[in-house]
Design a protein around this ligand. Structure first.
Ligand code: P1T
Length: 379
């Protein structure tokens, strides 16, 4: 089945009692049993809920994976993955990643005795150098948030396999419309569903997709035992969002290209970060592992001054200044003070994240209007 057909049909089926074509919101915490243990597969909604089951099946199908697991947020999904580790284990993570992931790693799990190495991953040299006999997990985000660095998933998988470590790809920026990491050798794909997957800035959720049965069992145990599960209404909203994922992503990519090209040609813009440019580092890897280049763009103005960036952010009319990304509407952000403020200034600097960086999530409005907004804001 092709992607667009799967986005609409995979994992979901008409309600057996009424024929309702849309997955009902099973707003229930529990399920009646005829006799202890004699039930219809559902005991308690933290463990299983039919709306969530259909979403999990849809997510697995979109990534060409076997098992999907949904969580109350992207962070809850990451939290569940890190729970696979033990004190003394080591993780190698990209040094350019969502600030909340960095915060969870360094402020929570590092205090439990797990060691994190943050390294650049434009090639695998630094990753290979960081491998020890304690390396258990390699954490990749590609393209990265917010610098849009592209990491070679197949190359990372080769390093992980040699090290005997699991490879996770945070696929939030790409979605399975643009890339399917399990097919490139990743063991787990992780999402903030809050973003492109749900697509309408109306819910916070996360997910993990895997192929391996045993890994699925371990993650399901933590999903239930720790309880970071989503409610059925949120699952319904993501199911609805997924039905248009392919159409939205197509337009995000088209608009992303137009905005990136406009910014690149602008005399007041010093640098534009977008993997679709032929001179973007690892553009060839992006062209190989992605179907298109996405709608996330970061840029710095000439002179690289924070106050100039803030002045532009304050002038935007259509690019609303807000955290998050991947919704139908365009958003702008200032990573240094917003989404990445929890990364210490030194670590941000080392990763190349300047205090004047502006991040755009290009929505699916008419591109001409978006460009008009950039024109009036940048001048
Ligand atoms: O916000 P939540 O659904 O918990 O997902 C966390 C998360 C994980 N991974 C990536 C790549 C992300 O971008 C995020 C959340 N990011 C933002 C809120 C943001 O504006 O960048």
């Amino acid at each position: 089945m092709k992607f667009g057909t799967k986005a609409i049909h995979a994992g979901v089926h008409p309600d057996p009692t009424t024929g309702a074509i849309m997955t009902p919101i099973y707003q229930t915490s529990t399920y009646v049993q005829r006799s202890p243990g004699d039930h219809k597969g559902f005991e308690y909604s933290r463990t299983h809920n039919p709306t969530r089951t259909q979403l999990q099946d849809a997510l697995a199908a979109l990534d060409n994976g076997k098992h999907g697991l949904a969580f109350a947020s992207g962070m809850a999904a990451i939290d569940c993955i890190v729970k696979l580790l033990q004190p003394g284990d080591e993780v190698i993570s990209t040094n350019d990643l969502y600030g909340g992931s960095y915060r969870l790693f360094t402020k929570v799990y590092a205090t439990y005795g797990i060691k994190f190495h943050f390294v650049p991953m434009h090639d695998m040299t630094a990753v290979e150098a960081a491998v020890t006999d304690k390396t258990k997990l390699i954490w990749v985000e590609t393209p990265t948030n917010p610098l849009l660095n592209v990491i070679d998933i197949a190359a990372a998988s080769a390093v992980a396999k040699k090290a005997g470590a699991l490879l996770v790809v945070d696929n939030t920026f790409s979605t399975p419309y643009l890339q399917t990491p399990l097919e490139l050798g990743a063991d787990m794909v992780m999402y903030s569903l809050t973003k492109y997957m749900a697509g309408h800035s109306d819910t916070v959720m996360g997910a993990v997709v895997v192929n391996d049965d045993e890994l699925h069992e371990r993650l399901s145990f933590f999903q239930n035992a720790c309880g970071g599960t989503p409610g059925p209404q949120d699952c319904f909203l993501v199911l609805r969002g997924l039905k248009t994922l392919h159409i939205r992503m197509q337009r995000h990519c088209e608009n992303g290209r137009k905005v990136a090209e406009y910014l690149k040609a602008h005399p007041k813009v010093e640098k534009v970060f977008w993997p679709g440019f032929a001179d973007h580092p690892n553009h060839d890897v992006a062209a190989k592992q992605m179907n298109d280049f996405g709608g996330m763009i970061s840029f710095v103005l000439q002179g690289d001054r924070k106050e100039d960036a803030i002045a532009v952010l304050e002038k935007f009319q259509l690019f609303s200044l807000a955290e998050s990304l991947g919704g139908v509407e365009s958003l702008s952000g200032h990573p240094a003070t917003m989404t990445h403020a929890s990364i210490p200034a030194e670590a941000r600097k080392a990763a190349g994240l300047s205090d004047s960086l502006i991040r755009l999530s290009v929505g699916i409005e008419d591109a001409e209007d978006l460009i008009e907004d950039l024109k009036q804001a940048i001048g």
